[in-house]
Design a protein around this ligand. Sequence first.
Ligand SMILES: [Mg+2]
Length: 104
Amino acid sequence: MIDKVTRVIDSHCNESALKFIDMVQQERERQDKKWGEQTHSLTGWFAILGEEFGEFAKEVVELDCYRSPIASREDTIKELVEVAAVAQSIYEQYFVRDPNESKT
Ligand SMILES: [Mg+2]
């Protein structure tokens, strides 16, 4: 399975896609170190994802609408990566590691 995924990634992903995947993986590792293995209800995950999405939205507004001098593309990308990392965590914990939870 992993070999197949690796072949698909190698043949279809451009450099920016691979960089994004790498950033998400690094963020996942950072979150695991910070929080340990997380187990939440789907509602709990929804709240966490919503919080991260809100942080991304704040950066977008400051960068793109207000053109705030403290806003940066790097901070906006960081928040976007955090959204993706939480989405990956939801998939891994709720739908793969604890599949019975997804039936409630
Ligand atoms: Mg965030």
